[in-house]
Design a protein around this ligand. Structure first.
Ligand code: AMP
Ligand code: MN
Ligand code: MN
Length: 376
């Protein structure tokens, strides 16, 4: 029976039959190669580390998004299918909507700073993460003694690994996992195909952003051909919202304010907004798109309370002429040119007061540069 046909028979997804760890024949699908011809060199180095390791942990960044969860889960499953001893460790405040990607117990919740003695490893593969400080699951001191493989696509990645594969042309860390597994001929278990598709669809804004390359669409096509049900994943990712989530979205929309004559659009969610709706910051994955939708906005900002309101998370989105990453870096953050973020260790009002002049300055400098360009 095809996976799509099988899925219609019951609400929860059928799972691939799993081989126990150590199984010799890998189960799953070998995806067609769609990467760069040079991928094989770094892929072989990564494979050597994987084969040498006794115990592997796969890690992602704090406040995991679809790419973080999708890429870590997909790689973890591919490594398991290879017979490796592997644990995927992500923080426990994982958005509920990503939980369809793994069985209970498959991803181990791990608080930043908690002891890792239960999962001693000699190799950590870190995905979608710019810096060791952003790793959720293990604190830097705890991975200090073990080999780190850093696989990422952020321009602000600081090459923290012993082995680094940072390719800013990749739309998602999930793209790199696709390229790694396909160039090495590793089998990808069926549910890991969903995880890869999730990584691609979320980091490209449902195949809309400028990182939606022909290669990404080819990968998505191969995943669909291999049995991924795109509509079902779309429902799980973007629909199926609780009333509380829609109430939170309503608050976000009504909080809209504009700065710099409408060139900067912002929304804000305070700790009170989360408390009154019974929600939390992990339910806001798509919210940076709200201020971004305003006509004339060049810089869209979403401020929201984290750590019980003690800190403020800032999600920044920009038009291609502006460098959101440079702005985020001023506050210790990073990301991509058009999508970046930072956490300001101040409550909402103070954080916004600090951020606003920097954002307005960036707009002014950009306007001055464009005017100078026009008079040439
Ligand atoms: P967000 O602000 O969560 O919407 O993230 C936008 C992009 O910037 C994502 O690719 C994040 O991984 C990245 N990002 C967000 N916050 C940080 C940070 N503090 N340091 C480095 N990268 C970040
Ligand atoms: Mn991410
Ligand atoms: Mn990513």
């Amino acid at each position: 029976m095809s996976r799509k046909a099988a899925k219609k028979t019951k609400p929860s997804r059928p799972r691939a039959a799993r081989k126990p760890a150590g199984a010799s024949a890998p189960s799953g699908i070998r995806l067609p190669m769609l990467g760069d011809p040079h991928d094989i060199h770094i892929a072989r180095e990564i494979e050597r580390k994987v084969l040498e390791a006794k115990r592997i942990v796969v890690l992602g960044h704090e406040r995991p998004d679809g790419d973080c969860v999708g890429s870590t889960v997909a790689l973890g499953m591919a490594l398991k299918a290879l017979g490796r001893d592997v644990h995927v460790l992500l923080e426990p405040k994982l958005p509920v909507r990503f939980k369809y990607l793994f069985e209970p117990g498959e991803v181990r919740p791990k608080q930043k700073g908690q002891s890792t003695r239960r999962y001693p490893a000699d190799l950590a593969i870190v995905l979608d993460t710019t810096d060791v400080d952003r790793i959720s699951g293990l604190v830097p001191a705890q991975i200090a003694g073990i080999t780190i493989v850093n696989i990422d696509h952020h321009m602000s990645n600081n090459n923290f690994g012993d082995l680094n594969w940072v390719d800013t042309s990749a739309a998602a860390a999930g793209e790199l996992v696709y390229r790694l597994t396909s160039v090495l001929g590793w089998a990808v278990p069926p549910v890991a195909l969903d995880a890869l598709y999730t990584a691609l669809v979320t980091d490209t804004g449902q195949f809309a952003y400028s990182n939606t390359t022909p290669r990404v669409l080819r990968m998505a096509a191969e995943l669909l051909a291999a049995g991924v049900d795109g509509e079902e994943l779309w429902r799980r990712l973007y629909l199926d919202k609780s009333r509380a989530e829609l109430d939170l979205e309503a608050r976000a929309r009504t909080s809209l304010e504009v700065w710099a004559n409408g060139q900067i659009s912002c929304i804000t969610l305070t700790q009170a907004d989360f408390e009154k709706t019974g929600t939390g910051p992990q339910m806001t994955q798509e919210f940076p798109g709200i201020p971004r939708a305003l006509a004339g906005s060049k810089l869209a900002v979403f401020f929201y309370a984290v750590n019980g309101g003690k800190d403020t998370k800032v999600s920044i989105r920009s038009v291609k002429e502006l460098d959101a990453c440079a702005l985020a870096k001023r506050f210790g953050g990073g990301g991509h040119r058009q999508a970046a973020g930072c956490t300001i260790p101040l409550p909402m009002k103070e954080a916004k007061d600090l951020f606003r002049p920097a954002a307005e300055k960036m707009l002014k400098e950009h306007a001055a540069l464009s005017t100078a360009g026009k008079s040439d």
